[in-house]
Design a protein around this ligand. Structure first.
Ligand code: AMP
Length: 213
């Protein structure tokens, strides 16, 4: 299946996309993860993207569309894929259709995780990540066993630069302005399935599985 996971920052896209991709044996393609990888590797692409990401703005389309097109050329995406964080604008959605059409593919379904704004701010500002192994925690919902330390590798946890409150508010505004119209776009094309994103990880995963069957 060729799938997209939509939702505002903090809706749990990354968590749910990883679970769904594992359950369906398809690659989980996160443009945010690819861009963060490029930033930490110090590549030209990473240097170009970093300034936008730190401010909570969208990285320019040519950069993001380029890395997504390259990734979707890989043979492991032929049987299926789950895109997380792409598309984020209607113009990226149109580019995605064109990229897929080049290889006679088309999207099957667009999942939209729905979470109210107050809850998003609470979730994002409490998120902590391990800079070494990538494990994610939350100060309230899933704290590490020892405060500030990764359970898996003992590294000090950090707050993502773009999870600081002022940047979170900026990211939510960007979402409202640039990404929310995508929900309408996919509703019109009959591909949208909206899933309630409030509940335990397992409850939401089960709703996602129901939505794709
Ligand atoms: P995420 O991990 O999906 O929240 O993405 C983190 C950041 O990466 C975003 O705030 C953007 O700056 C950038 N980014 C990720 N995906 C895209 C995209 N499709 N278009 C533009 N910027 C993106």
């Amino acid at each position: 299946m060729y799938l997209v996971m939509l939702g505002p920052p903090g809706a749990g896209k990354g968590t749910q996309a990883a679970l769904l991709a594992r359950a369906r044996h398809i690659p989980h393609i996160s443009t945010g993860d690819m861009l963060r990888g490029a930033v930490s590797d110090g590549t030209d692409l990473g240097r170009a993207a970093a300034q936008y990401m730190e401010r909570g703005d969208l990285v320019p389309d040519d950069v993001v569309i380029g890395i997504t097109r390259d990734r979707l050329k890989a043979s492991d995406t032929r049987r299926g894929f789950l895109l997380d964080g792409f598309p984020r604008t209607v113009s990226q959605a149109e580019s995605l259709d064109a990229i897929l059409a080049e290889t006679d593919r088309a999207l099957h379904l667009v999942l939209n995780l729905d979470v109210a704004e107050g809850e998003l701010i609470r979730r994002l500002t409490g998120r902590r990540v391990c800079p070494k192994c990538g494990e994610t925690y939350h100060l309230v919902f899933s704290p590490p066993r020892a405060l500030g330390t990764c359970d898996c590798c003992g590294q000090d946890l950090v707050q993502r630069e773009d999870d600081k409150e002022s940047t979170v508010r900026q990211r939510l505004q960007v979402y409202q302005r640039q990404s929310k119209p995508l929900v309408e776009h996919y509703l019109q094309s009959g591909l949208l399935a909206t899933v309630d994103g409030v509940g335990t990880v397992e409850q939401i995963h089960n709703r996602v599985l129901d939505a794709i069957t």
